[in-house]
Design a protein around this ligand. Structure first.
Ligand code: ADP
Ligand code: MG
Length: 559
C-alpha cells in the first residue's frame, strides 16, 4: 500500500503557532536577534574551514532601528544571508530549521554557539507585526531577494536590491487596539531593555541609535536631541570569563546590574562545571533577608540561559527550597528546550545541574562556616531559619545535607555553636545533647529545668526559634548522641539513690500535693517531690514526645 504524507493546514498551523507557543510577545526580538547571531556565526564557522574567507570580527554586527513615523522596526545583520531557495525553504516551511541542518552538517567543527533548532522562532514576528519583509543577499551570491508576508495568507519572493551580504528584516508594527498595545515596540528605551534582558550575551554587537537630549553648544538653557549609535549588549558574559581575571567588584557589579538584590552579596560562587554536566553558573548568597522572603510572595529560582540567551527568569527547579535565598544564573549549552524555548523538557540534564549546584552551595556554606565565621553568622541570622525549616520539611529528608550547617546558642560558650562543636566538647559521662526551649536567651537562663544539667557542667543549647525543636525532632540524634530537652522527665543523669526523694519525703507532703493536683486538675497530670530543683521551688516537666514549648506552639497555630 502506498504511504501517504501528512498534509497540514498551514494557515491554521501558523495561526496556532503565532498565538499559542509564546507567553510573552516581547520574545519576538530575542528570536530575530538569535537568528541574526546564528547567521553571523555561520560565516565564522565557514571561515574556520575555508582559508579564502577571512572573518574580521569588527565587520559583523546586528542593528535594531525603530521608525515611529512609519511604524517599522528593522533588524539588520551582516550574516550569511539567504538565497531565494533558502528564503523559500527556511521561511516558507514551518518548522524547517536551516540552522539545525547547518549544525548537523558541521557537527565536527564545533557549531555549538548556534541557537536555532526548531524552525519556528521567526514567525513570532507576527505577534507584533502585520507585515514582515525580509531582504537578503547570500554570501557568494550577486543577487538579493525579498520575501514578504502578511502572516497566514502566504508569502511572495521577488528579486530585490541590496548592496552588502546579510539580511534586513522589517516589521510593520501592529496598530494599538483596545486590549493590546504595540507602540512600545517602537520605543528606543523599551527595545533596549528587551535586548538587555534576553540578548545581552549575544557574542556580536547589537547596535541601536539612541537619542539623548544634550545642551546646545554656547547655550546653557537650550537642548537638542542627538542620536548616537551605541552597542547595547555586553557581549562577553562574565561567567565565561576566567575566574582569575575577575575581582569581587566585578561580581558585585553583576549582582547590582542584574538586580538580584539591593544589598551586596555576602558571597559569590562561580562554577564552571566540565564533567558529566557542562554548565557555567554564578551564584550569590545575599547579605540581607529580602523583605518578602518569609512570605508566599517570594519566588525562588535562578536565571537560566541556553548558550548565552535567556530562557527563563526564575527556574525554580534549579534550587531546593532550603536554599531558596540563593540568587544568580546558570548557562548551559546542552539543555533540551521545548519549542517555545521558554520551558525545558523535563530532562536529566537539569536534574543533574540542580544536584550539582546544591552540593556546591552546601560546600561553600561549610567553608564559610569554617573559615569566615563572622560572615557565616551574618548569613545565619538572615537565612538560618530557612535551613531549619529545610530540616523539618519533607519528613526530615534533607537533614543529612543540612544538619552540619545549623547553629544554636550555647549556655557555656555564650554564642552560636554548631552541633559538631557541641558534641566534640561533651564530657565522656554525658549521654545526651541537652537543649532548652523558650522565648529568649534571658528567659531560658531563668528556667528552673536548666539547673540540674548546668550544675553538672553540661552545655545546653538554647532554642529560641519556634522551628528549632521541631527541626531537632527530625534529626533525633547527631553523631550518635540523642537530643534531650532539659524539661524531659528522664535526663539520663546519674543520681545517687540518696538523691531521689525518700518515701518519707514523698509522704510528708502528700496532702499538700493532692490539694495542688485538685486545684490544677486538667492542667497537670501529677504533682511530685523532686531532687532536680536547686534554687527554684517548683518546675514543670513533661513525659512523652511533646515538650511544653512545642505544645504551646502547636496550640498557637491556626488549624
Ligand atoms: P530556527 O532559528 O530555530 O532554525 P527560525 O524560524 O527562527 O528557526 O528560522 C528559520 C530558519 O531561517 C533558520 O534556521 C535560518 O536558516 C533562516 N534564517 C532566519 N533568519 C535568518 C537570518 N537573519 N539570516 C540568515 N538566515 C536566517
Ligand atoms: Mg531562530
Amino acid at each position: 500500500m502506498a504511504k501517504k504524507k501528512f498534509k497540514a493546514e498551514s494557515k491554521r498551523l501558523l495561526e496556532m503557532m503565532i498565538n499559542s507557543i509564546y507567553t510573552q510577545r516581547e520574545i519576538f526580538l530575542r528570536e530575530l536577534i538569535s537568528n541574526a547571531s546564528d547567521a553571523i556565526d555561520k560565516i565564522y564557522y565557514k571561515a574556520l574551514a575555508d582559508d579564502s574567507l577571512v572573518f574580521n570580527k569588527e565587520d559583523y554586527y546586528i542593528k535594531v532601528t525603530a521608525d515611529k513615523a512609519n511604524r517599522t522596526l528593522t533588524i539588520t545583520d551582516t550574516g550569511i544571508g539567504m538565497t531565494a531557495e533558502e528564503l523559500e525553504n527556511n521561511l516558507g516551511v514551518i518548522a524547517k530549521s536551516g540552522s539545525l541542518a547547518f549544525k548537523e552538517a558541521n557537527e565536527a567543527k564545533d557549531g555549538h554557539n548556534i541557537i536555532g533548532q526548531f524552525g519556528v522562532g521567526f514567525y513570532s514576528a507576527f505577534m507584533v507585526a502585520d507585515d514582515v519583509t525580509v531582504i537578503s543577499k547570500a554570501l557568494g551570491s550577486s543577487e538579493a531577494f525579498k520575501w514578504e508576508s502578511k502572516g497566514a495568507d502566504g508569502y511572495t519572493i521577488e528579486p530585490a536590491e541590496k548592496d552588502s551580504v546579510g539580511t534586513e528584516i522589517t516589521l510593520k508594527i501592529k496598530a494599538n487596539t483596545e486590549e493590546d498595545q504595540y507602540d512600545e515596540y517602537l520605543e528606543e528605551y523599551r527595545l533596549k531593555s528587551i535586548i538587555k534582558k534576553y540578548s545581552d550575551f549575544i557574542r556580536f554587537p547589537i547596535k541601536m541609535d539612541i537619542t539623548t537630549s544634550q545642551p546646545k553648544a554656547d547655550s546653557e538653557n537650550e537642548f537638542e536631541e542627538i542620536s548616537e549609535e551605541q552597542t547595547v549588549n555586553s557581549m562577553v558574559p562574565i561567567w565565561r570569563k576566567n575566574k582569575n581575571e575577575l575581582t569581587d567588584e566585578d561580581y558585585n557589579n553583576f549582582y547590582a546590574e542584574k538586580r538580584y538584590g539591593f544589598d551586596q552579596p555576602l558571597k559569590h560562587i562561580h562554577i564552571s562545571a566540565d564533567g558529566a554536566v557542562v554548565y557555567n553558573a554564578i551564584l550569590f548568597i545575599p547579605e540581607n533577608t529580602p523583605f518578602d522572603y518569609y512570605t508566599k510572595e517570594y519566588e525562588k529560582g535562578l536565571e537560566l540561559y541556553s548558550n548565552g540567551v535567556l530562557i527563563m527568569d526564575k527556574c525554580s527547579d534549579l534550587l531546593p527550597d532550603y536554599f531558596s535565598f540563593v540568587k544568580g544564573m546558570v548557562d548551559s549549552e546542552d539543555l533540551s528546550l521545548n519549542i517555545s524555548r521558554e520551558l525545558l523538557q523535563h530532562d536529566r540534564q537539569l536534574t543533574l545541574i540542580a544536584k550539582n549546584i546544591k552540593n556546591k552551595i552546601k560546600s561553600q556554606l561549610q567553608s564559610l562556616l569554617k573559615d569566615e565565621r563572622e560572615k557565616y553568622n551574618q548569613f545565619y541570622s538572615a537565612f538560618g531559619r530557612q535551613l531549619k525549616f529545610g530540616v523539618y520539611n519533607d519528613y526530615g529528608m534533607h537533614k543529612d545535607t543540612l544538619q552540619d550547617l545549623l547553629m544554636f546558642y550555647s549556655s557555656t560558650e555564650k554564642k552560636l555553636v554548631t552541633l559538631d562543636e557541641y558534641v566534640s566538647r561533651m564530657p565522656e559521662d554525658q549521654k545526651y545533647i541537652y537543649y532548652a526551649a523558650g522565648e529568649s536567651v534571658e528567659r531560658i537562663e531563668k528556667l528552673p529545668q536548666t539547673e540540674l544539667v548546668a550544675d553538672k557542667g553540661y552545655e545546653i543549647l538554647y532554642f529560641t526559634d519556634d522551628i528549632d525543636e521541631f527541626a531537632i525532632k527530625m534529626i533525633t540524634s547527631y553523631k550518635e548522641k540523642e537530643f534531650r530537652s532539659v524539661s524531659s522527665g528522664d535526663l539520663g543523669i546519674e543520681t545517687d539513690a540518696a538523691d531521689k526523694p525518700t518515701d518519707a519525703e514523698e509522704n510528708e507532703n502528700k496532702e499538700l500535693f493532692e490539694a495542688m493536683k485538685g486545684i490544677l486538675s486538667g492542667k497537670v497530670k501529677d504533682v511530685k517531690a523532686s531532687k532536680r530543683l536547686k534554687t527554684h521551688p517548683v518546675c514543670l516537666s513533661t513525659e512523652g514526645e511533646l515538650t511544653i514549648e512545642m505544645e504551646k506552639i502547636l496550640k498557637s497555630m491556626p488549624n
